[in-house]
Design a binder for this molecule. Structure first.
Ligand code: UDP
Length: 227
């Protein structure tokens, strides 16, 4: 059977924004009181549907404040604001990582994101569900690379705060991803087009020159190898 498609921004919106904003205030307060560094797992979603590509950290983004994924995007954006306010007001040692699409082993079958959906669909003999025409792009980073980037930022202990992009700049269209997964699974995949979710970014690719410079980090695992 096809996996269900629960995606992050379709989970309860109020809970999503609460976790990001109230959770950040609570934990920033704790970090301040205990005088310990704190790292925010932010997201490429702060760039929204970007008008600048690749996305560089100085780009302010293009986010719809009232759309279906806004609770997630704006929640992360507000959390970034809070992190930098705590740094400015209290000297809290912060790090902010903007994590781009990540994939790897142990993703849940029903995760709903595209890499696990396509692999599960291909292996089950189901058609691959392409949202829209599949021309939208993403840049997928293997989880070990993402974790390593976060760890390099963590080691800075607030001496470098970012925000810094953590992602793999190897950009592909969703149609190309479907073809690649067909090739790697050895399955003659069929495609089924579905409606594109509202405000689905048309492109996404990180500029990682800041991470290369400040963290001496870059991803090592190419997409086909990771898949
Ligand atoms: N997508 C798709 N089929 C799926 C799941 C996702 O075509 O079964 C598309 C989705 O519309 C988006 C891209 O793949 O353009 C990445 O979606 P995902 O939910 O993995 O991550 P995000 O949208 O947060 O980048």
């Amino acid at each position: 059977a096809s996996p269900a498609s629960p995606v992050a921004y379709q989970s309860d919106p109020v809970q999503t924004i609460k976790t990001n904003v109230v959770g950040s205030v609570n934990l920033l307060g704790l970090a301040k009181r205990l005088d310990i560094p704190i790292l925010q797992a932010s997201t490429s979603e702060v760039y929204g549907d970007p008008k600048v590509s690749p996305q560089i950290e100085s780009y302010w983004g293009n986010v719809n404040p009232i759309g279906i994924r806004s609770c997630y995007d704006e929640g992360k954006r507000a959390a970034e604001t809070l992190f930098f306010d705590y740094k400015r007001q209290h000297g809290t040692k912060i790090g902010v990582a903007r994590i781009f699409n990540t994939y790897g082993p142990y993703m849940s079958v029903g995760d709903g994101r595209v890499v696990s959906n396509f692999i599960v669909q291909a292996l089950s003999g189901d058609p691959l569900t392409i949202y829209g025409d599949g021309s939208q792009t993403r840049s997928f980073c293997y989880v070990d690379d993402t974790v390593d980037g976060l760890f390099q930022l963590w080691k800075k202990q607030g001496s470098f705060s970012g925000p810094v992009n953590i992602g793999n700049p190897q950009e592909i269209t969703i149609l190309e991803l479907a073809e690649t997964i067909g090739k790697l699974t050895g399955v003659k995949v069929k495609l089924e087009h579905k409606e594109l979710p509202e405000n689905d970014p048309t492109k996404r690719k990180p500029d990682i020159s800041l991470a290369e410079r400040e963290l001496e980090w870059q991803p090592r695992i190419a997409l086909e190898e990771g898949l």
